[in-house]
Design a protein around this ligand. Sequence first.
Ligand code: B12
Ligand code: SF4
Length: 567
Amino acid sequence: MPHTDLVLLHPPSVYDFRQKTILYGPTSDLIPSSPIFELYPIGFTSIAEYLERAGYRVRIVNLAVRMLRDPKFDAEKLIRDLNATVFGIDLHWLLHAHGAIEISRMVKRHHPEAKLVLGGLSASYYHQELLDYPEIDYVLRGDSTEEPFRQLMECILNNSEPTAVPNLSWRASSGEVHQNPLSHVPDELSGVFVNHYDHTVRSVVRYRDLSSYLPYRHWLRYPITAVLTCRGCTHNCLICGGSAAAFRQCYNRERTAFRTPEAVAHDVKRIGRFSGGPIFILGDILQAGEDYAYRLLELLGQERSKNRLILELFGPAPPALLKKMGEACPGFCLEISPESHDPEIRKACGRDYSTEALEATIESALAAACSRMDIFFMFGLPKQTPQSVMDTVDYCGTLMDKFQDKRVFTFTAPLAPFLDPASLAFENPERYGYRLLLRSLEEHRQALVAPSWKYHLNYETEWMSRQQLVASAYKAELALNHMKARHGIISKGMAKATAQRLYTSLEMLDRIDDIIDSGQVEQLSQLKDTVDWVNMSRAGGKQELELPISPIKIRLPSAVWSLLGGR
Ligand code: B12
Ligand code: SF4
């Protein structure tokens, strides 16, 4: 294969998922990825673009997607055939603890002379432990590694010790481990995410390798694309590893860094060149204040994107702003996550707003002609009991009755499998009623290959055991599914498919527990076909969340033409 300076590899969550029998549960039901979590961090595209601008050749390989798309795809052979000076692997989401370590070992087995760098939020959190693995040479910490990565590349290619590279933890040739200060935490992001979508399209053409760049397995069928508005967060949700407190304590970020409204609107425009799918603007646009939100909406209004825009709210929003959303982004979708129907629980997890304010926001969004309003609830929160979980489902019914509007969608999901490291609750579990069952990276890595998600959970709460969390999640999901069908929110066929998946999951959970109790784990393989069917089925939230899209989903030829200067 032609030589590249850097290959960025995205691992599957569990490396040998195609061999193992693991019931992953509903952990990825509300995102486009499968439970293999094949989506790579959006930062891959900005690192690649930034380093190419600095003169390096960079290639992205989404190993997880390649393995999912082709059961015969030989990941080890591909790694062996890659020809690069440096390999980068993301450990952004802790869910990749198994895959990231296994792929690291494989890279070093086949390329002992190459350098290996890990990065992402989880790698930053566990940087010291990662350097205990002899295969890993460097960990680049923090939420902004483009410039430190450039400096590291320079050191590697010049064969000099990276003593001055910010954010870097590294092992010297003497074997000694060093931790450079986490000092590169920029307040503004104008130097990154510069035409990174164009760069990605160009790379697909250059390497003639669409598969390796796909964000997730089904992207070609349903091409939803994300636009990032910021790094950090102004909110402080208790269970979130990306909260303001988590960023401050673990990633040295004092202030959220926002991209300009112009940069965000520019991304929306560029995505429209290659995709007809929805565009998800990540992060509440109110975080940077109303002026920011109105400016962005004004620009989006001028753009008149043909793609459907998805906006999210971290709390209630003023009616005038919602009206503006409707004018600027006709047919927009809105997402909000009150987490619980119970204001006391909502407050305990850091979302201190009233039910009245929530319902007023839903009402205004509907009046502003949003095409759908998605409302998310979560289980595994402080003060939440199995009864409270079912009360949340009842509240979903109350919303359906109250609004009598098929644009109102409610979803429930367990906080699973992990309470995020760096979150306030992970850092102070007793204070918030959590009992941590796993702490270190190695413990999480091992837990991920247990046969069901019940054993992946890294926590229990004072109010719910692991067993109760799992049982409540399915009970709630079944009840909500039934309720949605009764209200005509989903079709009877869809509800039947979801119920079948949920009942099969419950049966598999029981059978896995029986096998574990009997100690005859070799019997697990007999369940593999059914477990894989449950894992990969899209029945439920994943399918319900999909929006209708234009018949022309991908416009790759026109994107390439425009990049070549044709328009
Ligand atoms: C946007 C977002 C998403 C988007 C992801 C879009 C994307 N492609 O990246 C969506 C909505 C799809 C998503 C999904 C999930 N998310 Co999320 N997400 C966020 C959010 C809000 C912002 C993250 C972000 O992009 N930050 C910007 C910076 C930090 O990342 P970046 O630009 O991609 O990458 C930079 C660095 O991280 C680093 N880096 C990243 N990879 C690498 C690799 C190398 C080699 C190097 C050197 C550096 C490096 O350098 C990059 C450039 O500077 C955070 C919360 C927050 N406020 O941060 C949660 C967060 C990251 N998500 C989280 C979780 C748990 C998930 C899910 C697992 C949830 C679920 N069960 O469905 C899934 C996983 C999806 C998958 N992989 O398939 C947790 C992670 C906790 C943890 N430590 O594991 C967070 C912290 C909070 C939360 N609970 O939502 N998420
Ligand atoms: S969950 Fe809360 S703290 Fe985390 S990114 Fe969303 S709003 Fe911010």
